[in-house]
Design a protein around this ligand. Structure first.
Ligand SMILES: C[S@@+](CC[C@H](N)C(=O)[O-])C[C@H]1O[C@@H](n2cnc3c(N)ncnc32)[C@H](O)[C@@H]1O
Length: 400
């Protein structure tokens, strides 16, 4: 049966809900948004399946939902539509396995016109998952959100336009919700432009965002990007009581600079493993999408056509360099952890994979190489096992 929706630009027009593909072509000039959605869609699928299967209850909270800058009539290029499609897909997939999960979604939107479009979209998108639309600001809705969430596992997606509207002290209750986790769009490009701005109101708003006055140290840091992230992530870790906090960088389409970072805080080691798995896919996608955007930009500038030489699955030089640096960091961290004593694989894995661009296959290679060189032993790895796994214990050998 045909499902129908409303157009963001013209809510009275009824549209076909079935044409929901979201290729990069939907996002010309905003490839960073495509990559954010690429990541969100995959992570949401992973976490909803995992939690829905084990606990039969899951709630997704889009705290700054939009719709915003939607070019597609059926809102296929918005986080709202992506989440609805994905959560319904997960629910149906679980039902096929005999798991009838209660999956819900809550959307919060401050702008009245955008809220009306959101509401109209949800009214017409009547599928199996239950949805709630909350008008007003995220901060003003926090108590309602937490009441709605109850004791259910909640995945909070915070995707603002800048850094206001989610002051650390105000969102503390959300961060502390258990069971739950949070993904924040850390708008580095935007924040960075204001770090040096010596205006009292600006400084006060950054105090509220970071939840600490120590963000001022970023001004003196050699690597301001790393320092900004470190400051924010440390705050998430301590305010929310998260053992694991990590992030991944989304670059500007036309230059090798960060647009934003997707920051992720979780209490689940498995969450970290999933985050890195999806980062790996996103890195490949990012390279090919940016190569296409840059080629098109050159063609527009010069008026000359070019052959399509977008990398087919290869990783760009910028990312390779960053990855090489991160892998060295991972080796140092591995050594430091092992110096503390023997460690179970399942405890080691999330601590290493917390590092951006360090993937599970890297950890496996590091451990197998260290075992071959005689630096470590891996107890519990059977003769047929090709990779270390849960239950294995890794220890430095006496010789090292
Ligand atoms: C970057 S857009 C969200 C984009 C959306 N997540 C997506 O990926 O399609 C941010 C949205 O948050 C809304 N907004 C701004 N301040 C807000 C606040 N304090 N609370 C809730 N929503 C807010 C804006 O109107 C806008 O629609």
């Amino acid at each position: 049966m045909e499902q129908r929706s409303v157009c963001a630009a013209c809510p009275s027009r009824r549209l076909n809900l079935e044409d929901t593909t979201k290729p990069p072509a939907y996002y010309k000039g905003k490839e960073q948004t495509y990559l954010k959605h690429f990541f969100l869609e995959r992570y949401l699928e992973a976490v909803a399946f995992h939690i829905g299967y084990a606990h039969e209850e899951f709630v997704y909270v889009d705290c700054f939902s939009g719709p915003w800058q939607a070019d597609d009539e059926a809102l296929a290029d918005t986080s709202i539509r992506i989440a609805l499609d994905k959560l319904n897909y997960v629910r149906d997939g679980l039902a096929k396995q005999g798991r009838y999960a209660n999956i819900r979604a809550i959307f919060v939107e401050k702008n009245p016109a955008a809220y009306r479009t959101l509401q109209a979209m949800l009214d017409q998108y009547r599928r199996a998952i239950r949805t709630t639309a909350l008008p007003g600001t995220f901060e003003d809705n926090i108590n309602t959100i937490l009441q709605e969430t109850g004791k259910t596992f909640a995945f909070f997606f915070i995707d603002p336009r800048g850094w206001s509207g989610f002051a650390m002290e105000n969102i503390a209750k959300v961060l502390r919700h258990q069971p739950g986790e949070v993904m924040v769009n850390f708008m580095y490009d935007f924040i960075n432009r204001f770090i040096n701005y010596p205006d009292a109101a600006n400084e006060h708003s950054l105090d509220r965002f970071f939840g600490t006055p120590t963000w001022r140290d970023i001004r003196k840091a050699g690597d301001r990007e790393a320092a900004s992230l470190e400051c924010y992530q440390a705050q998430l870790r301590s305010v929310g009581g998260y053992p694991f906090v990590t992030s991944t960088r989304i670059l500007k389409p036309l230059s090798d600079r960060a647009y934003f970072h997707i920051v992720y805080a979780t209490r689940s080691p498995k969450g970290i493993v999933e985050f890195r798995r999806i980062e790996k896919q996103t890195v490949n996608e990012q390279d090919s999408v940016r190569a296409a955007a840059q080629r098109e930009h050159r063609q527009t500038r010069t008026g000359q056509g070019e052959l399509d030489l977008a990398p087919a699955g290869g990783i760009s030089r910028t990312t390779q360099d960053e990855r090489a640096r991160r892998l060295r960091e991972a080796e140092v961290r591995l050594d430091r952890i092992l110096q503390e004593g023997p460690v179970r694989y399942e405890h080691l894995q999330p601590r290493i994979l917390e590092l951006p661009l360090v993937w599970n296959s890297d950890l496996t290679s590091m451990l197998l190489a260290a075992r071959s060189s005689g630096a470590i032993t891996i107890d519990g790895m059977g003769p047929r096992d090709r990779t270390p796994k849960k239950g294995c214990t890794i220890r430095l050998t006496a010789a090292f």
